[in-house]
Design a binder for this molecule. Sequence first.
Ligand code: RB5
Length: 145
Amino acid sequence: MLALAADHGGYALKEEVKKWLDEQKIPYEDFGTHSTESVDYSDMALPACEAVVSGKCEKALLFCGTGIGISMAANKIKGIRAACCSDYFSAKYTRAHNDANALCMGGRVVGPGLAIELVEVFLNTPFEGGRHQRRIDKLAALENR
Ligand code: RB5
């Protein structure tokens, strides 16, 4: 189960990604927003990220205009490792090396075709563990300092 959320700047891209998830029969919960009316990305990120932290959802797909604001908000939430990506390599290696559990994309940055490629590689790339686990543990320690 994926958790989806967007502000108004990411709403249209979220809807495009949902079409692909539907085609792939990948289940998700959409935490909004549900229109292009202006909302604040922090408010949208919180419930989707809480669903990931609680274990209700495995990963989050988050969208705003740049992908940056909603990634900043997500990374304030303990247990979230959010990556703002607009290229394939980053979307792949933030899973392999960072064990990212939230992919953030900018609706004003990436088109729907690229976004779907990013989502696909993000969902299908496993965490490599090993030396990267130590670094993830240190990220978690930063949350408790
Ligand atoms: C909203 O206009 C815009 O600032 C927001 O979607 C995002 O790009 C912020 O990082």
